[in-house]
Design a protein around this ligand. Structure first.
Ligand SMILES: [Mg+2]
Length: 138
């Protein structure tokens, strides 16, 4: 699982959803949490954090957002040398399941379907961590 000091960026245009995701992460013991309300602001925050030498260790991002969607942000992230291999989790609504194929092609680490239970969330995060850092899990 992600180390306790991992810095998470929670991205969603819906404040309540950001709070739910943050709360879920807090209950898992994570305290280093930031939020952004769309993909554009998230990308800005990511670059700023990277420049400051305290980069995010995982992005948890909504799909549907104004300005820059989750998929658009994912594509930007994967084509950026600084964030190419960064764990990136998309949070989707059930009716967006077919778009998940698109996300897979774009290099998403995994996705979480809304509504999710804390257990679902935790299981997905565990999968994401072992996918990105297999040596640390084995
Ligand atoms: Mg949304």
């Amino acid at each position: 699982m992600f180390p306790a000091d991992t810095r998470f960026l929670v991205v969603d245009d819906f404040k309540t959803m950001r709070s739910i995701v943050k709360k879920t992460l807090q209950n898992m013991g994570y305290t280093n949490l930031e939020e952004a309300e769309d993909g554009a602001k998230a990308y800005q925050a990511m670059n700023q954090a990277f420049t400051q030498g305290k980069p995010f260790g995982c992005i948890v991002c909504d799909w549907n957002m104004p300005n820059l969607s989750g998929l658009e942000l994912l594509r930007k992230v994967r084509s950026d040398a600084n964030f190419k291999t960064l764990p990136f989790v998309l949070v989707t609504a059930e009716n967006e399941q077919k778009q998940v194929i698109e996300a897979a092609k774009a290099g998403v680490s995994n996705y979480i379907v809304k509504p999710f239970t804390p257990n679902d969330f935790q299981a997905k995060m565990k999968l994401v961590y072992s996918k990105h850092f297999p040596a640390k899990v084995a």
